[in-house]
Design a protein around this ligand. Structure first.
Ligand code: HEC
Length: 282
């Protein structure tokens, strides 16, 4: 008699677990964050109740709307939209594209992150000059580039980070990023690990995320995010630049292999966890 009940029970449990996993995709960013806080009790995730309250009205949603319009609009000297741009899942396929970046692109022979790929399409498809402000101006909520990035990335909200590591260059970039993350260097002899390698580290009031806790680290890498203190939506590359500045390193070249290697490593570290997009941070 007991067996069928047990069987039914285990079936029910598997069904619930499976549901919980896929449900992130139907959740708003603030709901995903709440679910992760309930699951982990992480002080890092839990540190800004005020920011969490603002998430439903995240100013980044303005950029999502404006980015959508820009994406589908015929623009540039060639007067075409970005619908033909392949972010890895086929031309114009945006759903789930961002959580599978950086990845190797055969047409360029390079591992590219969202920013590099977007710039590539604006230049090759739309015919923009690299120095055109549409391509060159990468930062600030008013830039075309941030609007486009925010729109594209948001099409992966709730999906699991899953950057491919099949191509040897994808693996090489991820591994190079790992070395860069742990290697101490620069005038202060900091590594990324010094601040992001254990739980409960703080700088003044800020609790810092730990790369060894994937369900905490997923929020750390969820960019674009509105930075409440800067009143601007910021990108992954902008965050990376900020941390290297804190380490007193010389300015990293945006879109360089070094920057993409670090991003490959940090995305791999959040593998399987739901992206929170757009996020809202301190
Ligand atoms: C001296 C300490 C320090 C070092 C070293 C450091 N960071 Fe950071 N990192 C910070 C601080 C402070 C923040 C911002 C936290 C906040 O604003 O709440 C941050 C934020 C981040 C975030 C985003 C987290 C979030 O929720 O905003 C990522 C990702 C990150 N750092 C990656 C790195 C990488 C990669 C390196 C090495 C290249 C690095 N950090 C080196 C202190 C550091």
């Amino acid at each position: 008699m007991k067996k069928p009940i047990l069987l039914a029970l285990s079936f029910l449990m598997t069904a619930t677990v499976a549901n919980a996993a896929s449900d992130y995709e139907d959740m708003a960013p603030e709901e995903i964050l709440e679910a992760l806080i309930d699951k982990t009790g992480s002080t890092y995730l839990n540190q800004s109740p005020q920011n969490r309250q603002m998430m439903p009205d995240n100013p980044a949603y303005w950029l999502v709307d404006e980015g959508e319009e820009l994406f589908h609009q015929a623009r540039g000297p060639k007067n075409v939209s970005l619908d033909g741009c392949d972010f890895g899942k086929g031309p114009g396929v945006l759903e789930g594209a961002y959580v599978e970046l950086p990845r190797y692109f055969a047409d360029t022979g390079q591992v590219m992150d969202l920013e590099a790929r977007l710039a590539h399409c604006m230049v090759t498809l739309q015919g923009f000059d690299k120095k055109d402000p549409s391509v060159k101006k990468r930062h600030g909520s008013k830039s075309d580039f941030m609007k486009l990035q925010t729109y594209i990335a948001t099409q992966s909200n709730g999906m699991k980070w899953n950057p491919p590591l099949d191509h040897p260059l994808e693996k090489a970039m991820r591994d190079a990023g790992e070395i860069m993350f742990y290697r101490r260097s620069g005038p202060m002899d900091f590594s990324c690990k010094a601040c992001h390698g254990s739980t409960g580290k703080r700088i003044r009031a800020s609790v810092l995320p730990n790369i060894n806790e994937p369900d905490e680290w997923t929020k750390a890498i969820s960019w674009p995010a509105e930075r409440a203190g800067q009143q601007n939506v910021r990108s992954t590359q902008h965050r990376l630049r900020g941390c290297l500045w804190q380490m007193r390193h010389p300015q990293i070249v945006g879109g360089s292999d070094a920057s993409i290697a670090l991003i490959s490593y940090w995305t791999d570290a959040a593998r399987g966890q739901p992206a929170i997009l757009p996020d809202l941070k301190r």
